[in-house]
Design a protein around this ligand. Structure first.
Ligand SMILES: [Zn+2]
Length: 182
């Protein structure tokens, strides 16, 4: 399903943020990390992105896709985006920055724009992702970012997969989301 042969590296901080998002149920993650011969996870070191994908894949298998969605929301809370970019007025100011934000956490060996953004209206964008991450996790992450960076209530955020079957879960190279807020 996912390209586990890729050689991308992810910061320890990114993995630790995911583990924090798991709360009290994270002990199996530390076993998984130990089994990958990565005994001490340091925030400033880099690790194969495969470790991160294994955590998400195991969680999805154990607890279902909605758990990944909730984990995406929890993980997003640890990103203080406004400390980096102080003049964000609307989500339209933020979405074009996601490629830069991604490159701060994930080191890749190819010069790829992982996200593509298109403004549809004042409260709607089409957002394409071709990262190696699970789309349930990313949908949660974007939902959480809109909620806590722009104080948009969860019930006013809608992220629709376009179309449903053109998805990385089914071997597609990207997922398209229609993101609407009010
Ligand atoms: Zn998808």
């Amino acid at each position: 399903m996912f390209d586990f042969d890729n050689h991308e590296l992810v910061s320890g901080k990114f993995i630790l943020n995911i583990i924090h998002g798991l709360g009290d149920n994270a002990s199996w993650v530390f076993n998984l990390i130990k089994n990958n011969n990565l005994p001490d996870l340091q925030p400033n070191k880099d690790y194969p992105v495969l470790v991160c994908l294994q955590i998400l894949e195991t969680l999805k298998h154990q607890s279902g896709p909605n758990t990944l969605f909730r984990l995406g929301i929890e993980t997003s809370k640890r990103y203080k985006i406004r400390e980096l970019y102080s003049n964000l007025q609307t989500p339209h100011d933020l979405f074009p920055l996601f490629n830069l934000a991604y490159s701060l956490n994930i080191k890749t060996y190819e010069d790829i724009n992982y996200y593509y953004y298109e403004k549809k209206s004042e409260n709607q964008v089409i957002f394409r992702s071709q990262t190696p991450f699970h789309c349930e996790f990313e949908r949660g992450f974007f939902t959480g970012i809109l909620n806590h960076q722009f104080s948009i209530p969860f019930q006013n955020i809608e992220i629709t997969h376009l179309p449903e079957l053109a998805c990385r879960n089914y071997g597609n190279s990207y997922c398209n989301y229609l993101i609407t807020w009010s």
